[in-house]
Design a protein around this ligand. Structure first.
Ligand SMILES: Cc1cc2ncn([C@H]3O[C@H](COP(=O)(O)O)[C@@H](O)[C@H]3O)c2cc1C
Ligand SMILES: O=C(O)c1cccnc1
Length: 342
């Protein structure tokens, strides 16, 4: 069926459910988007929801831009695998599985059924003094991320969430946003709670990273290799592959949306398959979402990452699917139509 025709049929069904036209607001737009993705007037509930937390370390932590030391990345990987992190709790709450990807943590890990080992290096180089990684490494990251999404989809995944873990991630995300032309003051904010002096240093580090590296905003791989990270690069490939296979992806906060910005530069058609799970308290997140034209599903003043906001948004997406598939129509329930009906 052609897209316009399907869209008309879905809107027609939404308007025939026993409620005033448009009264379920954003839930109606979510139901429409899922219907268009699944190419069904009545979409199906997800059978295999998966959260992938991409973890890596960053050379820029040498500049003391986070409230926490680098080894927390590795320690949180263990916490994820032991089921003790916020994302584990929220994943359980929404019935999703959590996979952790070692994209470039500064540590080695034993095998674990939920750990995907795709290390590109033991942390990137410090972006304040040169490129984070080589062009080859950037390409490799994207390829690994694509492979992870492809195999998830082949295994049956029908909803993917992107999460991040890496001390220094909000500095890297801000540098990516700034490389694409956003104002440094608009996108550098606290990630983990830092004092004013550290925040000023963080801004300075981002400015210096741009001056030293001169990323070319028209070349996504250039931006990724110069001011990105191994985790970000794998998220880029993951998002691209999921969307190109018509699998819905929910992005989380500031770092995962920075990865989406790069992915969007590489393929402008992906946004039909992307949901913004929430709006992070980190101030640069809202401007990025506005630029992408994505409306966040939740706004709970969260600023954690790991995929936590996106995981919680799953329950809203599922409510939207249940709404369009389970509500009675005016005809079936014998309810009189109003003047807003066509
Ligand atoms: C215990 C702990 C758990 C976390 N889970 C996610 N993050 C979040 O904080 C980090 C980014 O903040 P910044 O750029 O300020 O370093 C990322 O790892 C992100 O996922 C955490 C941070 C900490 C400390
Ligand atoms: O917006 C986020 O996802 C975020 C905020 C702070 C730290 N880490 C991630």
């Amino acid at each position: 069926m052609d897209r316009k025709e399907l869209e008309k049929m879905i809107i027609n069904r939404l308007n025939n459910l026993t409620k005033p036209v448009g009264s379920l607001g954003e839930l109606e737009r979510i139901a429409l988007k899922i219907g268009l993705i699944q190419q069904k007037v009545i979409p199906e509930l997800f059978k295999d929801k998966r959260i992938y937390v991409f973890a890596a370390d960053h050379g820029v932590t040498e500049c003391s831009i986070s409230a926490y030391p680098r080894e927390v990345t590795k320690q949180m990987v263990f916490n994820f695998l032991n089921g003790g992190a916020a994302i584990n709790v929220f994943a359980k709450h929404v019935g999703a599985k959590v996979f952790v990807v070692d994209a470039g943590v500064d540590a080695d890990f034993e095998d674990h059924p939920f750990l995907i080992k795709r290390k590109v290096g033991y942390a990137t180089k410090n972006i304040a003094f040169g490129p984070a990684m080589s062009k080859e490494e950037a390409v490799k990251c994207i390829q690994y991320g694509r492979e992870i999404a492809r195999s998830a989809i082949l295994q049956g995944a029908d909803l993917l969430v992107v999460g991040d873990m890496g001390i220094g991630n909000t500095t890297i995300a801000a540098a990516i946003a700034a490389a694409f032309g956003f104002d440094v003051d608009e996108v550098v904010d606290i990630g983990t709670p830092i004092d004013q002096k550290t925040l000023e240093r963080k801004k300075q580090v981002v400015r210096q990273a741009l001056e030293v590296n001169k990323p070319d905003r028209k070349d996504a791989i250039d931006v990724l290799s110069k001011v990105g990270g191994f985790c970000i690069g794998q998220m880029v490939g993951f998002i691209l592959e999921a969307c190109e296979n018509r699998c819905p992806v929910v992005v989380d906060g500031f770092p995962t949306t920075a990865a989406l910005l790069i992915a969007y530069e590489m393929n402008k058609n992906i946004l039909d398959f992307v949901f913004a799970g929430h709006k992070s308290k980190v101030k640069g997140h809202e401007v990025m979402l506005k630029y992408l034209g994505l409306r966040p599903i939740l706004d709970l003043e969260m600023r954690l990452g790991e995929g936590t906001g996106a995981a919680l948004a799953i329950s809203i997406i599922e409510a939207a699917i249940k709404m369009i598939s389970q509500m009675a129509t005016f005809e079936s329930a014998g309810v009189s139509k109003g003047s807003d009906q066509t």
